[in-house]
Design a protein around this ligand. Structure first.
Ligand code: DGI
Ligand code: FE
Ligand code: FE
Length: 413
C-alpha cells in the first residue's frame, strides 16, 4: 500500500509555495508520489483572469519536471461536467485500489471544505494535510481541525513549513504591474508566462533582437520537448548550410530557432490568435490550420521576441509553403526544416539522404527536391494543396527548365 498525495487547485499559476508544500508533505508523511491535479476552468463560465487549461497544465509540467516524486494528473481537466473533489477521490480509489490518499491543501482551503460537495465522503476516504500559509492562521487552523475531527471523524495533520505568503493572485498582480516574479515561481514558469503573454503581461520578451543564447531558454520553456529538439536541429542544420553558401550562419541559426515558435499552439488556437491580433487568414488557411504557423511565427518573432531582421522574418513566414523568388535564408530554412537529422520519413521521389547531400552542393536543386517531395506527399494524402505551395513548386520547376534550355547541363529535378 502506497501513500499518494493529491495537490488540487487552480494553479493560476503554479508557484514555489505549491512546490514547497508538496515536497514537505511528501517528506513529512512519507508519500510515494504527489499528484498535481489542476481543476478545470469550465468553458461556460470562463473567468477572464484564469489561464486556459492547456497553459496551466504546461506550467505545472514545467514546474515539477525535476522532482521524480511529482506527477501531473489531468483527472479533473478531462472530466465532463462540473468537477467535485468527491468524484475525483472516487475515481482515484478505482485507479489505485490499494493505496491511501492524502489530500494536501492550504489553511484557507481547509476553511472552505465544508462548502464542498459531500465533505463527509472526502474525510472518510482521505487524510487531510493542511499547511499554514500565514502565521496568523495558526489558531484558526487548529480550531477547524478540531471542528472537523468532532463532526466528521476527519483525520487532519498539519504540514510543518515556514509561513510564506505567496499566492497566485499576488503573482498575477505583480505581472500586471510589470514586476519580476522570479523569486516566486521557477524560472521555467516565468519564461513560459512571458513568452505566452499570460495574465495581461503583454510586453515583449525581448525589445530588440535577442541573442541565440537568450532565446533558447524561452523556446525551451514554451515548446514541447520534441518540437524544441527539432527547432535546435533545424537551427544547427541551417547554420551549416548557410556557412557553405557564404550566408551568415548566425542569422540562419536564429531563423531556425524561431521558425516553429508558433507551433506551441494548434488548430483552433492559431485561428483565434490571428483573429485577436488582426492577422488576415485565407479560406485555405482556415481549412488547413497548420498552414498558419509560419505567418503567426513571424508575427511572434517580431512582436514577442524582438526579431527585426526582415530576411529572417520572411524565412519564418514562408517556411511551410515556400514562395516564388525565395531569398537564400528562406531556401535554407525551407530545406533544413525538411531534412534536419531528426526527421525520419519515407519521401518520394527523392530520399532524405539525397537531399541531405544536395543541400550543401546546390541549394536550389535541394529546394526543388523538397518541393517535389512535399507536393507528392500532399497528393498522396489527398490534402488540399495551398495555392502558394503549388505556385512555388511550379515556379522553381519552370525556372529550372529555363535554365536547362540555356544548356547549363543540370539534370531536371
Ligand atoms: O512545422 P514542421 O512540422 O516542422 O514542418 P512544416 O512547417 O513544413 O509543416 C509541415 C506540415 O504542413 C505537414 O503536416 C504538411 C503541411 N503542409 C505543407 N504544405 C501544405 C501543407 N498542408 C496542406 N494542406 N497544404 C499545403 O500546401
Ligand atoms: Fe513548421
Ligand atoms: Fe519545423
Amino acid at each position: 500500500m502506497a501513500r499518494i498525495g493529491i495537490m488540487g487547485g487552480t494553479f493560476n499559476p503554479v508557484h514555489n509555495v505549491h512546490l514547497i508544500m508538496a515536497e514537505e508533505a511528501r517528506r513529512q508523511f512519507q508519500l510515494k508520489k504527489v499528484l498535481f491535479m489542476p481543476s478545470k476552468n469550465p468553458p461556460h463560465k470562463k473567468k477572464k483572469d484564469i489561464a486556459s487549461d492547456k497553459h496551466r497544465k504546461r506550467m505545472i509540467q514545467h514546474a515539477i519536471q525535476d522532482n521524480p516524486a511529482f506527477l501531473f494528473s489531468d483527472l479533473e481537466l478531462v472530466r465532463e461536467g462540473t468537477t467535485y473533489t468527491k468524484d475525483t477521490i472516487a475515481a482515484l480509489k478505482q485507479l489505485y485500489p490499494d493505496d491511501k490518499f492524502y489530500f494536501i491543501l492550504g489553511g484557507d482551503s481547509l476553511a472552505a471544505m465544508e462548502q464542498w460537495n459531500e465533505p463527509a465522503y472526502i474525510f472518510k476516504h482521505c487524510r487531510i494535510l493542511a499547511a499554514n500559509r500565514d502565521e496568523t492562521d495558526n489558531g484558526r487552523i487548529r480550531e477547524l481541525i478540531h471542528h472537523y475531527e468532532k463532526k466528521y471523524g476527519a483525520k487532519i495533520s498539519e504540514i510543518q513549513m515556514p509561513p510564506i505568503s505567496i499566492s497566485s493572485e499576488m503573482i498575477r498582480e505583480k505581472l500586471a504591474d510589470h514586476c519580476s516574479i522570479s523569486d516566486y515561481v521557477p524560472a521555467c514558469v516565468e519564461r513560459y508566462i512571458r513568452s505566452n503573454q499570460l495574465y495581461g503581461f503583454s510586453s515583449p520578451v525581448f525589445e530588440h533582437s535577442p541573442s541565440a543564447h537568450e532565446l533558447i531558454g524561452y523556446l525551451a520553456a514554451s515548446l514541447k520537448p520534441k518540437r524544441f529538439l527539432h527547432t535546435l536541429s533545424v537551427a544547427a542544420t541551417a547554420a551549416n548550410i548557410a556557412a557553405v553558401h557564404n550566408a551568415d550562419p548566425k542569422r540562419a541559426y536564429m531563423a531556425g530557432l524561431l521558425h516553429d515558435c508558433a507551433k506551441y499552439f494548434t488548430g483552433k488556437e492559431w485561428v483565434e490568435i490571428c483573429e485577436q491580433e488582426k492577422i488576415p487568414l485565407s479560406d485555405v488557411e482556415r481549412d488547413n490550420t497548420v498552414l498558419i504557423h509560419g505567418k503567426l511565427g513571424a508575427h511572434f518573432a517580431r512582436t514577442r521576441y524582438g526579431m527585426e531582421d526582415e530576411e529572417i522574418l520572411d524565412a519564418i513566414r514562408y517556411h511551410t509553403t515556400g514562395r516564388p523568388g525565395m531569398g537564400l535564408f528562406e531556401k535554407i530554412i525551407y530545406v533544413a526544416d525538411y531534412m534536419e537529422p531528426g526527421r525520419e520519413m519515407d519521401c518520394r521521389p527523392h530520399s532524405l539522404t539525397e537531399i541531405r547531400k544536395m543541400c550543401y552542393l546546390d541549394i536550389d536543386r535541394a529546394l526543388r527536391m523538397v518541393l517535389a517531395c512535399c507536393v507528392s506527399y500532399l497528393q498522396q494524402t489527398k490534402a488540399p494543396i495551398d495555392p502558394l505551395t503549388l505556385e512555388t513548386y511550379q515556379y522553381y520547376r519552370e525556372e529550372n527548365e529555363h535554365a536547362g534550355c540555356k544548356g547549363n547541363g543540370e539534370s531536371r529535378i
